[in-house]
Ligand binder design. Structure first.
Ligand code: BGC
Length: 335
């Protein structure tokens, strides 16, 4: 039986992974050596990010599962450690090594143009994932004008809308104290990120579109991190107390932190406060099931990573690819 074998060598800044097929009985090393190899460079913006770590690992394991006697995929994964310079060097390294494709999770989407230019000049297919560079017109110029460049992601407006709808559909529509408006805290991801901007905007829009009055009592930039979510929620709950009826968190990691502060403030989710996140991290899905989180939204890293890999393989094989590929979010509640 064929089985993916993942070799993980970690050194200072670089994670090097080779995904290759195990030899079948009777095959020799020489046979394995004869298998054509495709090399792919993957740069993740920050492997400390719980969601992106799952996403990066899934890219490696899916490539591994696709390796066979006719092609072997060798994957180099770089943790850019939230540092655009580290990522720039990694991409230059991939180009110098002559990789067959690059899958890139940008640290700063505003630097997309120069990085895309370099990869395009080297004629290497480039699949951008998760941190979408947004242009002013119909699509980002570096993506729509280059047939070897594409973006694979999920439309963050949908995730924000789903968060708002989860609150809208509660019997009291989030108005715990019955004063006719929903007082909320918004915990945001990083400022540059479209996912953060859209989730912030569309979660609230789903309420106002339904005619529900809202009041933003506090907000804070949590950079997608659990500890920051906890701090922001602790400060807001101390300052505004029971007036905070809903905590919107742009992702689950920060929601997990907020949950700690909610408990610390002796508030009870589902009874006197509501908490929603995005990603559907396993821990959060369990919390939703048991009622300690009101809801989350599945950010389908399996679907997105497989799509990114499939598209990279198509582009490496000379097939035409589209500019954008979208994977749907899914609402998760305990109903
Ligand atoms: C995820 C966050 C993650 C961010 C990284 C978002 O789509 O929901 O959990 O931190 O991407 O860019």
């Amino acid at each position: 039986m064929r089985r993916a074998m993942i070799l993980l060598l970690a050194c200072a800044q670089l994670l090097v992974c080779a995904a290759c097929a195990e030899k079948k009985d009777g095959k020799t090393d020489k046979d394995a050596d004869a298998t054509p190899v495709r090399r792919i460079g993957v740069a993740i913006y920050d492997y400390q990010d719980s969601f992106m770590a799952l996403y990066g690992d899934e890219i490696v394991s899916y490539f591994g599962s696709l390796s066979n006697e006719s092609v072997r995929y060798e994957i180099t994964v770089v943790d850019s450690r939230f540092d655009q310079m580290v990522q720039k060097k990694a991409v230059e390294g991939f180009i110098a090594q002559g990789v067959d494709a690059i899958i890139l999770n940008l640290v700063t989407p505003s630097s997309a143009e120069s990085i895309i230019d370099r990869v395009v000049s080297a004629k290497i297919p480039l699949v951008l994932i998760n941190r979408e560079p947004v242009g002013t017109g119909e699509g980002y110029p570096g993506i729509v004008n280059n047939p070897l460049v594409c973006y694979v992601g999920a439309d963050a407006r949908q995730s924000g809308t789903f968060q708002g709808e989860i609150i809208r559909d509660l019997p009291n529509h989030g108005d715990v104290n019955g004063d006719g408006k929903v007082g909320y805290l918004m915990i945001e991801g990083d400022v540059e990120n479209t996912d953060a901007q859209y989730r912030t905007q569309y979660s609230v829009k789903a309420l106002t579109d339904a005619g529900i009055a809202v009041e933003e009592l506090d907000s804070g930039i949590g950079d997608w991190k659990r500890e920051r979510g906890q701090e922001i929620a602790a400060i807001a709950l101390a300052r505004y107390g029971d007036a905070i009826e809903v905590v919107f968190s742009n992702n689950d990691s920060m929601a997990l932190g907020a949950a700690v502060s909610i408990a610390g403030a002796e508030r009870t989710v589902g009874k006197d406060i509501y908490l929603v996140g995005v990603d559907a991290l396993e821990e959060c899905v369990s919390m939703v099931r048991e009622g300690t989180m009101t809801g989350t939204v599945r950010n389908d890293y399996v679907g997105q990573s497989h799509k990114a890999v499939d598209v990279a393989i198509a582009a490496m094989s000379g097939e035409a690819i589209e500019n954008y590929y979208w994977v749907d979010y899914v609402k998760i509640t305990n109903e």
